[in-house]
Design a protein around this ligand. Structure first.
Ligand SMILES: [Zn+2]
Length: 476
């Protein structure tokens, strides 16, 4: 991007709350059911059906708001957002407008350009989802699946705080982490439980007024957020540099062609004629309810990262990787509590454990106590690091106590001086040329001798003892 321009981005993120049922009725909110099977008079908007707010959804929404440092208001109001679209049988979506559930939060994230940056959370409100138009079921025809109608969502709106597409993505990944920790959502973009609309404008460097913003919609992966914003930013800059003006409009992102196109005007709706939903009284939350939700929050990622660096003397990088997911952070702490040295445990979790989890649907297959025992065996010299990795794999596949598994596999290191001395004699006898060179000052040959002993002993010789015995024999 030419340095003469600055990008300004704001994000509106829709997140599905992790409930069993929908926002205002008892229908299942599960993903993947056959089309139009999770519906009832309420979510279909049949006459006379009355909505009842889902208490768990309200709890999760309040937890999400508190995790983002928002003020949760004692009173908020459900409003009807009126528009016509085939995926919305009621003709309106229940949302919140003038009095949202929560306002004024912040979320700090790591900007690739500016280091730690803070996004403002302008508002967080509760709403229900609409249905889905399916364009790929029947040739030349559009089908409608209303299963998503009434699925509980929160919308999280930031200020125009991001200065690059990369920052927007970094914020989203941090947001996902916090919402997962808070248990509010699984944030699975593939299943549509996290969707992003963006506002983009550009201005000449040094200007303080905001440029005309364009909304870019239809973004359904973290990678596409960055791509869509880049495409739209470049379009605006090219337009302005050619002497044109940016029109305030809504663009749709097409991932297949990596391009944006204006939304057709009939797809737009400028006036939603919001008004308080007469079927739903104002939502009044008691202070105790809000405090209960605050108390229900676990330690959040930022706090956990700081504690990990202080308590376990870990680097910032280790702490960031280990706390990225709550399950991994809990696992790491369980390994340390089972007696493993914190730094060694961090190395094991970051490498073997996460690699194994990645290949096995994120399951942490080796129990924390077993990993702690394994780390102890390496530290005590019973197992080489290489051998321990084999034992880890074996325990992951078939279970068992690491010590027993190591013995069964014949991997236990031999720390018996007599046995090691035998291997060393054999190696030195077979490499007389190298022995002479070593004695003439080529001490860099030591790793060669150790390697040969490892070969002869099939990896079982204790490396430290081996080096000592080699030095002794070569000195004699
Ligand atoms: Zn329903």
């Amino acid at each position: 991007m030419p340095a003469a321009w600055e990008t300004v981005v704001g994000l509106e993120t829709h997140v599905q709350l992790r409930t069993v049922s929908k926002m205002f009725c008892g229908c299942s909110a599960a993903f993947g059911a056959p089309p139009n099977t999770n519906v009832c008079p309420v979510c279909l908007g049949l006459p006379g059906a009355l909505p009842v707010p889902n208490e768990l959804a309200l709890k999760l929404a309040a937890r999400a708001a508190l995790a983002l440092g928002c003020t949760v208001h004692a009173k908020s109001v459900f409003a009807r957002k009126n528009y016509f679209y085939p995926d919305l049988p009621k003709g309106y979506q229940i949302s919140q407008f003038e009095q949202p559930l929560a306002t004024d939060g912040t979320l700090s994230y790591l900007s690739p350009e500016r280091g730690i940056a803070t996004a403002t959370i302008v508002r967080l409100h509760v709403e229900e989802d609409a249905g889905k138009l399916l364009h790929d079921r029947f040739p030349k025809e559009t089908a409608i699946d209303l299963n998503r109608c009434g699925v509980p969502l929160i919308e999280i709106v930031t200020g125009p705080d991001f200065r690059s597409p990369q920052e927007a993505r970094a914020y989203l990944l941090t947001l996902k982490q916090v919402l997962e920790y808070a248990g509010a959502s699984d944030c699975d973009m593939e299943k549509g439980s996290l969707r992003v609309d963006t506002n983009v404008s550009v201005r000449r460097a040094g200007e303080t007024a905001l440029g005309t913003k364009v909304e870019v919609k239809n973004i359904n992966s973290f990678a596409y957020v960055e791509k869509a914003l880049t495409v739209e930013r470049d379009r605006q800059i090219a337009l302005l540099e050619a002497g044109g003006t940016v029109e305030q409009q809504t663009m749709l992102y097409d991932a297949k062609t990596n391009s944006v196109r204006p939304q057709r005007s009939k797809e737009e709706s400028h006036d939603y004629r919001y008004f308080p939903d007469p079927d739903l009284p104002p939502l009044v939350l008691k202070p105790e309810f809000i405090e209960e939700q605050r108390a229900a929050l676990p330690e959040l990622p930022a706090t956990k990262r700081e504690r990990f660096t202080a308590q376990y003397a870990l680097g910032v990088d280790d702490a960031a990787v280990l706390t990225a997911e709550r399950a991994v952070a809990d696992y790491y702490e369980a390994v340390v509590h089972a007696g493993a040295e914190p730094k060694a445990a961090a190395n094991w979790v970051r490498t073997e454990v996460l690699a194994d989890a990645k290949d096995h649907e994120e399951t942490l297959r080796v129990p924390p106590s077993a990993l702690a025992q394994l780390i102890g065996l390496v530290k005590g010299g019973t197992l080489s690091h290489q051998a321990a990795k084999r034992v880890f794999g074996e325990v992951a596949e078939r279970g068992g106590e690491p010590r027993n598994v190591a013995e069964a596999l014949g991997l236990v290191q031999v720390a018996d001086t007599g046995v090691v001395a035998g291997w060393v004699s054999e190696v030195l006898g077979a490499h007389t040329t190298e022995v002479t060179r070593y004695k003439n000052g080529e001490t860099k040959l030591m790793p060669f001798f150790i390697g040969q002993v490892m070969k002869v002993s099939r990896g079982k010789a204790d490396p430290k003892l081996t080096q000592r015995v080699i030095e002794e024999q070569l000195a004699s």
